[in-house]
Structures are given as C-alpha cells and as structure tokens.
Write a protein that binds this ligand. Sequence first.
Ligand code: PDD
Length: 280
Amino acid sequence: RTVYLNGDYLPETEARVSIFDRGFVMGDGVYEVTSVLDGKILEFEGHLARLTRSLNELGMENPLSRQEWLDIHHKLVALNDIREGLIYLQVTRGNPGDRDFAYPPKDTPQTVVLFTQNKPGLADNPQARTGLRVVSVPDLRWGRRDIKTVQLLYPSMAKMEAKARGVDDAWLTEDGFVTEGTSNNTYIVKDGKIITRQLSTDILHGITRASLLRYAAEAQMQIEERPFTIAEAQEADEAFLTSASAFVLPVVEIDGAQLGKGTPGPVAARLREIYLEESR
Ligand code: PDD
C-alpha cells in the first residue's frame, strides 16, 4: 500500500513518524474517515469542513489547501486502485523534540498522514440485511466529542465490551440518554418519525448524519432532533446508525430486547437505499 506522509507518497513500511510526535504521546491530533464508492470519494467537502473545525477548536492551523487535500485523496485512491474502501486522514501537532504538556511553538511542523483501506463489499454489507445487535454502556468519554480527536481508547473499550457480550456494537449513554454509538450516530423510528439526538458538544457532528437528515426531509419524512433513552429505543419500531464506513445500518436488538420482529425495518432500509443512491 502507498501512503501519504508530510508531502511524500511512500510504501507503508517506509513511512516513519517520531516517537515524540504529540499524536503518539499525547493523543494530540484529529482525524477523518472518508468513504470511496465505485472509485468516487464521498462527502469530501463535509469531511474537509469538519477537519478544519476540529483543527480550529484545538488551536491548530489547517496545513493544506482544499485543492491539496483533494489531490492527495485522488492520488491515493488511484495509486492503491481503491474502488470501495476508506481514506483515513490524520493531522497531529507534530514533534516538539521532547515530551511536554505545553503545546510546541506554532511553527512546529504538523504530522499529516493519509492512507487507504480497501473494503470490497462496503456498500453490499450483509449487516444491512441482518441488522446489528447492540448493548448500552456508560459514555465515559471526555466532554468535547464534537472534536474528532484520535483519542479513541474509550470507544475501543466499549467495542470490546460489546464483543465480549456477543453483540456487534455499543450505544453510549449519559444521564439516562443515548449520546451516540462507539463510532456512529444513532437513531430510532417511532410511528414513522425519525428521532436522533440534536447536535452539541456531546456528540460528533456526523457528515453522514447531516446528509441523511437532508435526504429524509426532502423525502417528506418527519424528523425530531432530541435525546432518547434506551427504554424508548427498545419500544421503538426501528433503530439504526450512520457513519462514513457503515452508511446506514439497521439495529435490531438493544440490551437483549428485540425491536419489532427483530429484523431490519423499512425506514432504515429505505434511508440506506436513498443514501447510497444520492452518494453514487
Ligand atoms: N467514525 N460518532 C462517532 C463517535 C464517530 O467516531 C463517527 C465516525 C460518527 C459518524 O460520523 P461520520 O458520519 O462523519 O462518519 C459519529 C469514523 C467512521 C471512524 O472513527 O472510523
């Protein structure tokens, strides 16, 4: 695989970063995951806007122009012959030369890394037909979940907890309400209405979420942006989640309680179809 590191395209085995890099020792960096379908990069503008916002919130500059980011995306997709897959992008505060809590001087070069992940079958995901089973776990992440930082230890722990309990993923709860999934935004459907938590610093502002809600509104579907509890989700007609890598995936079981007949519902299926159609 050919990867991008600070201006160079290199074989992955030759891409090296300092042990003092703040991404490595401090988790001081932000990232994006963008999907590729039929060789086409999806939602580039949305991901770039969120990247810029994440960098701003952490007092970091955007190291590259829109055109430079776009060129790197296209070049990596071409070099690695990606038809279906993901592009991972990460910007860290770079290498201050030693470990220190204070940020290094502004002119310290950031570390910019991009790589592709080949994922044939991303769109034709069997989980879209079977649905996912999830368990709830407390949301023990930090308070700025709207910033897409590389600090992913708690989501990883939650994912492992879900696996240990024999299910697919975890939904995170705080003060009795669902915030989001380990790496996705969460929704329930009741009497045809789509309910999803409103944007705040409590959740990541999903790029897939933004587009999906726009498509749903265009299709005259009803949307309510508010928090919901696990109990309400268990009583819902349907549930689903969205992310750049999942698109839209139905959820059929929450904490052991089956939703409806325990099979994917029509609203989630229709939204997945609409999302893939609009993206292609
Ligand atoms: N995760 N919420 C969290 C906590 C996420 O990590 C993600 C994305 C989302 C969905 O955002 P989007 O629709 O922009 O992908 C919501 C990516 C896919 C990841 O970490 O792999």
